[in-house]
Design a protein around this ligand. Structure first.
Ligand code: ADE
Length: 244
């Protein structure tokens, strides 16, 4: 994934981009992120980036000029870009969006909004408006990081362990099954026998069952969206019977 981020607070992103998997992905050139401070594109002695809203009301609105100028600057190299505005008004970002973005050949530009809103005319520059969920955070920076993180871990080689991605596609659309590591018994709590049995088919079935059990309990809405195999339907019946 290659992206440019337009923000007033580049340090928020720097902190996360310089740690763990994102840092390693950048070192391996699997992730390329360039940060631009929108204030650098503002004019006037104070480099003002916000102003009061026409029509009155509380709060400040992000001015259009600095964002337009920043995009004009980025477009100078002629490379095609997909411009994404982060805002609570956008389409909800999901794992499906992350997969689509991980296959995207164009460079991304993420515009991080702040204040009460952004001048509506900025939307003429935008290909997609994306929200990370139905809540309001203080700005688009954390949303951009969520997206960069979710997309990067889908890029082959980024996790360093390709089995993780394989396991995910096995349980795609369901919540994850429980995980255990040593010790085999901890404070009276034992690791389920099947996981130490060495029987790979039994382990696979147990994991699928536990993933289905957790999903039915916590996110029953997901069950309707996922493709259930005949085996899944049989397992779901078993789970139902266990409850009565
Ligand atoms: N900015 C403020 N809230 C947001 C959200 N939920 N998603 C993306 N950007 C935002």
């Amino acid at each position: 994934m290659k992206c440019d981020v337009l923000t007033l607070f580049p340090d928020i992103l720097t902190a996360c981009l310089n740690e763990s998997i994102l840092k390693r992905a950048r070192d391996k050139k699997l992730l390329e992120v360039s940060l631009y401070n929108i204030r650098d594109f503002a004019s006037g002695p104070h480099r003002t980036v916000d102003d009061s809203p026409y029509g009155g009301g509380a709060g400040m609105v992000f001015k259009p000029e600095p964002v337009f100028r920043a995009l004009d600057f980025l477009k100078e190299d002629g490379a095609p870009r997909k411009v994404v505005l982060l805002s609570p008004q956008g389409k909800t970002f999901t794992q499906r969006t992350a997969e689509d973005y991980s296959r995207e050949k164009q460079r991304f530009v993420f515009i991080c909004g702040r204040y009460e809103g952004i001048d509506e005319r900025v939307r003429t520059l935008v290909d997609e408006e994306v929200s990370i969920g139905d809540y309001v955070i203080t700005g688009g920076e954390l949303a951009a990081l969520v997206i960069i993180d979710a997309v990067t871990r889908l890029v082959p080689g980024a996790l360093g362990d390709e089995k993780s991605a394989e396991d995910e596609s096995f349980s795609w659309g369901l919540l994850d099954y429980p995980h255990y590591t040593r010790p085999r018994e901890f404070r009276g709590m034992k690791v389920p026998e099947v996981l130490v049995s060495g029987n790979h088919r039994e382990i696979m079935l147990w994991r699928r069952k536990e993933a289905l059990r957790k999903t039915v309990k916590v996110r029953p809405d997901l069950i309707d969206k996922v493709h259930l195999t005949d085996m899944d339907k049989k397992i779901l019946k078993e789970i139902e019977e266990e409850q009565v």
